[in-house]
Design a binder for this molecule. Structure first.
Ligand code: IPM
Ligand code: MG
Length: 347
């Protein structure tokens, strides 16, 4: 396995290092060879070379089998103009690698059911399939002067092809699960959402075994906290997926638990926690590494088809939580290193 590590900023390096320890142990146990190339992206790249995504970083990502990313961004770079912000690096890698499908599983661990803020909710298991390289985050944007003075604009554009490929990812994924897809849009207002809905409907006819429904995004935000158990696979646009996945993470107890896989048409993919760089706890050694460790499990499964290895990591995490070993964000006191040690002991 040829991996590129993008540790990034804030807690990024801390959680990536912890996930690498877990991967090394698994690789050792199952006799796989892993080689790592570390590259800069985000704020650290700005500090080092003046811009967030050096070409050498893109090249390294393109040369590797997969990318593991921590997080980018922080207050230090918040006043930079949009195209120079650390976040551009993340969007840039996703785009350069053609990673249009972001898979974000959201499930409630038994051990943490008490930390779910909803009463009477003991289990749910959702996968958010977020379109990742189109829509508002990549549309035309800019500043202008109009009748009301200074203006700024961002635009949401989706082609039928972009919608169809993310839709297909969702339907295929649902086949392996509870066979239900909910497409989230704002078709009562946005033209791009109306096309989104048309394409999803067309596609749903190709999948008669999958139960299909649409939901407006404002309703979906409400339904997620009213009854998360109703969802299996949610498919939605870049921006709506960004927002809804943070919302959904809170139902699991902490955003520090949620991994993600960003996939394209080739086997090469990127794996990263859904959370950010958490500047408030950076350097304290208390970040929860579980989201990144579970991202490694997704990598083993999705890119390398190593299902036993992936499962062993997932089981190790679950066992550690079951035994009550918890980091600060989920009501415990363990440091990043301590919980990593506990997970390593299970492998
Ligand atoms: C995420 C993050 C990123 C995004 C930011 C950091 C650009 O919020 O991965 O959800 O919006 O995609
Ligand atoms: Mg986000």
């Amino acid at each position: 396995m040829n991996l590129t590590l993008v540790r990034g900023d804030g807690i990024g390096p801390e959680i990536v290092d912890s996930a690498v320890k877990v991967l090394d142990k698994i690789a050792n146990k199952y006799k796989h060879k892993v080689s790592y190339t570390s590259v800069l992206a985000g704020g650290c790249a700005i500090d080092e070379c003046g811009f967030p995504l050096p070409q050498s970083t893109i090249d390294a990502c393109l040369r590797s089998d997969s990318v593991l990313l921590g997080a980018v961004g922080g207050p230090k770079w918040d006043t930079l103009p949009g195209h120079l912000r650390p976040e551009r690096a993340l969007l840039g890698i996703r785009k350069e690698l053609g990673l249009y499908a972001n898979i974000r599983p959201v499930k409630l661990y038994k051990a943490l059911s008490g930390r779910c803020p909803l009463r009477n909710t003991e289990s749910f298991d959702i996968v958010i399939v977020r379109e990742l390289i189109g829509g508002m985050y990549f549309g035309k944007s800019g500043r202008a002067f109009g009748e009301m003075g200074e203006e700024a604009f961002d635009t949401e554009t989706y082609s039928a092809l972009e919608i169809e490929r993310i839709g297909r990812t969702a339907f295929e994924y649902a086949k392996k699960r509870r066979k239900k897809v909910t497409s989230v849009d704002k078709a009562n207002v946005l033209e791009s959402s109306r096309l989104w809905r048309e394409v999803m409907h067309r596609l749903s006819r190709e999948y008669p075994d999958i139960e299909y429904g649409d939901m407006l995004v404002d309703n979906a935000a409400m339904q997620l906290i009213r009854n998360p158990m109703q969802f299996d696979v949610i498919v939605t646009s870049n921006m709506f997926g960004d927002i809804l996945s943070d919302e959904a993470s809170q139902l699991t107890g902490s955003i520090g638990l949620l991994p993600s896989a960003s996939l394209g048409d080739s086997k090469r993919a990127m794996y990263e926690p859904i959370h950010g760089s958490a500047p408030d706890i950076t350097g304290k050694g208390i970040a929860n590494p579980i989201a990144t460790i579970l991202s490694v499990a997704m990598m083993l499964s999705f890119t390398f088809r190593l299902e036993d290895e992936a499962k062993e990591i997932e089981d190790a995490v679950e066992a550690v939580l079951d035994e009550g070993f918890l980091t600060n964000d989920i009501g415990g006191e363990l440091t990043t290193d301590e919980i990593t040690e506990k997970i390593l002991e299970k492998i």
